[in-house]
Design a protein around this ligand. Sequence first.
Ligand code: LIP
Length: 264
Amino acid sequence: MATARDLEALAIDIAREAGALARRRRDEGVSIAATKSAVADIVTEADREVEAMIRARIAAERPGDGFLGEESEAQRATTDTTWVVDPIDGTVNYAYGIPSYAVSIAVVTGEPDPQEWVAQAGVVFNPVSGELFRAARGEGAFLGDHRLAVNTAPTAAGALLATGFGYDPATHAGDIARVARVMPIARDIRRIGSAALDLAFVAAGRLDGYFERGLHPWDHAAGALLVTEAGGRVGGRPGGRPGREMTIACGTGLFEELQARVAM
Ligand code: LIP
């Protein structure tokens, strides 16, 4: 039976290979292969190629594990273990050559549903910066050998918060209203364009908090484990877990205030 550390080690190896492929394709030039739900919701051939590479590695190393990824059909596990993968999180940044994108790989057990799964390992790898954020359940979160810790008490100047805006223009008024509601407690707002990096930065103390409506499971699966293993709290609507309705991540002292302002 693989331990969380075993799964983390394999996820790290696969993420590094996937990140190298993504970066190589970016350097060769990237074209938008298709527009999905809206003009901002794009996929590149690299997204598809990188996900196929990740999927093949998992099938070879862990036959029977399930797969839930952004660019290909879901596959149920026969082993109780599912890999939740965003091959290139921050696709619009990637397409434009903005160096803020990441391979996000999580390994979960139980139902492959964010409201039910148990995250065992998570890796977020930015192949441009070379930063690989990793966590195994109960073992802490790390950047290299540096153990990560969330910010526990934003200064009186307010909290540095990040957010994102969904692809559907019909949701933007609500997104903007949420930003207006958090400004009174914010030092400033960042819109990095990759949920996985937003969550990794909360775990690393580079952000005091992050919130976003409309995320898919593969956007937050790995990053949410980084945050909890770094001593932070993740959630959604009151009493809920991170999900499509809302994802919130921050230090425990900020969570209730932030949730009250964004999860309505
Ligand atoms: C992106 C997220 C980002 C969000 C974007 C998009 P993708 O994921 O990482 O936080 O604001 O709308 O969902 O599509 O680049 O994998």
